[in-house]
Design a protein around this ligand. Sequence first.
Ligand code: DSN
Length: 424
Amino acid sequence: MQSLEALREQDPELFAAIAGELQRQETQLELIASENHTSLAVMGAQGSVLTNKYAEGYPGKRYYGGCEFVDKAEELAKARVLELFGGERANVQPHSGTQANMAALMALAEPHSRVLAMSLDHGGHLSHGHPKNFSGLLYEFHHFGVEPETERIDTARVAAMARELKPAVLLIGASAYSRILDFPRFAEIASEVGAKLMVDMAHIAGLVAGGVHPSPVPHADIVTFTTHKTLRGPRGGAILCRKEHFPLVQSRVFPGTQGGPLMHVIAAKAAAFGEALRPEFRSYQEHVVRNARALAEELQAGGLRIVSGGTDTHLMLVDLRSLGMTGSEGEDALHHVGITVNKNLIPFDPQPATKASGVRIGTPAITTRGLREVELRRLGKLIVRALKGRSDAAEVQRVGAEVAELAGSFPVYPSLHRDYGLRD
Ligand code: DSN
């Protein structure tokens, strides 16, 4: 690829950083639940000449000339995302999930309005009312969590809180919750108390597109999501909404909260939505969920506790207290054998978020590179060995060698190895 050649010659230091990251992705196993490996086509669109174009406004109504081709890319993205999820209208310009949430909240309620959402400590999202995030700074957030006995959301409790608080918006969505979300019930609760229902399906967008998690789209006023998690597109956000909210959603994205859209990223979103419309994507998502179940079962067989007793989705939370470790120590122990995860609070966690008592593990990325249940069972055993044997240098080395061998058997981007100077 000529663009890579140019980068290598012009800026070897930066080229080496990118090559190093490719090597890391190839030689380690990525189990961060919010990450994935996009296709070469998605990266091709994102690395294209569309990065050069300013296009403030919307297709056909821009503040810059020369937008005829970027308009086409944005129209493709919008048409495809509506075909994928249904919904009445789409805005594909948000730079990220947080940007999408900011525009959506501002379309549904005035600043200082009351919003009821899931607590970050119990698996919610930063942009659902963290006091230092725009959401918590601009809105009056109240939070529900999971139940101590089941570690699941009890919709009766959410309904009771909603009746008492009368929020303007009920915001549903999670970054570390492994169970199915009951969108029809949340819609009933919102309707009963006169709230708007906003769903942030960032984590599960790919599962919804693949038909392995119920869709929030028929039930919510506005649905936001990121395009880079289970959906396997470029890093970015998007919004689906009912048509009555569309004019305000458009205005809250631009000029409300963003300037020029990232047209190269919008083109890459179009490429990813196109891929998600293919039958193979459905099968990929089925494997994501089956793989997560197999891994959770194997970890349980190894004596680890999975929060809520298992998973219905792409992720699980593993409570490490029985091993006498914090999440931070677990993250490090797995890093030493070439497995990447993130420490994560578990519900009612006695530790601060900087240490946490658990790790969050997800299967979207390893499923993309081709691992299936048989490998997930092997991986589960390796994770248990890495955690239990973290103080035994020989065991760490043995497990690391097995992880490297497993990763090596499932290359992610074999056609890029030569361009970046990787040895096969
Ligand atoms: N930061 C995202 C994640 O890792 O889940 C949540 O928005």
